[in-house]
Design a protein around this ligand. Structure first.
Ligand code: XIL
Length: 388
């Protein structure tokens, strides 16, 4: 703590002293069963994003029947431990219950099929599969619009006061910068995004509303499309507070700091917040020894943390899980900040260093004997030391 006092005093007069809360996706099952998982989360992170518990398939497994049990348990856990919640995700083309795809056919037959998780398909193939799956049964625009509005309204009201931010629309963009052909776009039309954001704002005027997507960290048609979408929404007065960059990346090709900074600034110039929402860095592709791969992984994480620290509009840095033991990438990818045994990896120090205020960085380099302040202390100091 002694190290933090001068650092804090000096940094308060500079832009370096920023509060960038750090979060992670969590799984309720692991929080329940694994005390090391729970303790590590509580010690290291300021916010959680439910990995699956607030998705449509979890909250509305049958049309009109809401199941809040698991998500409510996560909310109680977050409250008890004074953690914020980034809600995820109200409207998405994947992780949908079957009734949304087959227009209620299975529900009507009384079948209780488990929700299906459609794999991410290449855009062209996804279009075909999606078209076949949905045109067989088909939705009327007004019917699906009311399903979507009812879902958003019910869920956002239910969690109002507990969930401060929502990914209202997840992964709306296709690789070519047009809107992805989800069931929502296909049957409601491109204005499903307007309707979703307006419904969320009406249900909880205090929640911050985000659009979240992947492969938009670096320049390209997809990023251009997302910037155009955001600009257009704002110009038409549609409520939107920020954009999430998922940042699922890999040591074979990850964006460097300036690429990420430039991307963030494009949204900042529109007056939006920007967050890194789902970062992980796969390590399997390069055929070199593990320590080398972990060093490269640390570079990828460090670049993202420094970019987020440098851009005022960046308001949260979230990884998609924290231990390699429990990652959607699979254990073999070693994509997160802590290893299987919950030990800190080089990536952990890189993120911590990326967010260290200027004075703390100077102190670290000028005195090798001093150990760096813990990430938690830095986060806490930032939280109370800045009006950002
Ligand atoms: C993933 C979860 O991690 C998996 O457990 C689940 O089976 C599928 O979804 N982008 C997103 C997240 O926005 O919701 C996805 O999460 C990962 C990709």
């Amino acid at each position: 703590m002694a190290l933090l006092v001068p650092a804090q005093a000096e940094a308060q007069s500079t832009d370096e002293r920023r509060m960038v809360p750090q979060g992670t996706a969590v799984r309720l099952s692991a929080l329940r069963e694994d005390s090391r998982y729970r303790d590590t989360f509580v010690r290291e992170f300021g916010s959680l994003t439910p990995e699956n518990e607030m998705k449509l398939e979890a909250l509305q497994p049958r049309r009109g029947h809401f199941a809040f049990g698991a998500a409510d348990e996560l909310v109680r856990f977050a409250r008890r431990n004074d953690k914020q919640i980034h809600g995820h995700a109200l409207v998405w083309g994947l992780s949908l219950p079957l009734w949304l795809i087959d227009h209620g056919a299975t529900d009507n037959l009384g079948l209780r099929l488990p929700p299906i998780v459609l794999p991410r398909l290449p855009d062209a193939l996804g279009e075909t599969v999606g078209t076949v799956a949905t045109t067989l049964t088909g939705w009327r625009r007004d019917e699906l619009l009311s399903v979507m509005r009812n879902h958003i309204d019910t869920v956002v009201r239910h969690f109002a006061g507990d969930v401060q931010e929502w990914d209202v629309v997840n992964e709306p963009m296709a690789a070519d910068g047009t809107l992805a052909p989800t069931v929502w776009r296909r049957f409601i039309g491109p204005d499903y995004i307007d309707a979703a954001l307006r419904a969320a704002r009406a249900a909880d005027p205090t929640a911050k509303l985000f659009i979240n997507d992947y492969s938009v960290e670096t320049p390209g048609r997809k990023l251009d499309g997302l910037v155009d979408l955001a600009r257009d929404l704002l110009a038409r007065g549609v409520p939107l507070d920020g954009v999430g960059l998922q940042m699922h990346t890999h040591i074979a090709a990850f964006p460097d700091e300036s690429a990420i900074t430039n991307t963030m600034r494009r949204f900042e110039r529109l007056g939006l917040e920007v967050q890194i929402t789902e970062m992980d860095v796969g390590t399997s592709l390069l055929d070199v020894a593990l320590p080398k791969r972990l060093q490269r992984q640390a570079q990828a994480y460090g670049a993202a943390a420094r970019a987020c620290n440098a851009v005022r509009a960046c308001t949260r840095f979230t990884t998609w899980g924290f231990t390699d033991r429990l990652s959607w990438l699979g254990a073999g990818e070693s994509g997160l900040l802590f290893d299987h045994g919950y030990d800190r990896k080089p990536a952990y120090a890189a993120v911590r260093g990326g967010f260290a205020p200027l004075a703390a960085k100077k102190a670290q380099t000028s005195s090798k004997k001093r150990s760096a302040p813990s990430w938690k202390k830095l986060t806490a100091a930032r939280r109370y030391g800045s009006g950002h």
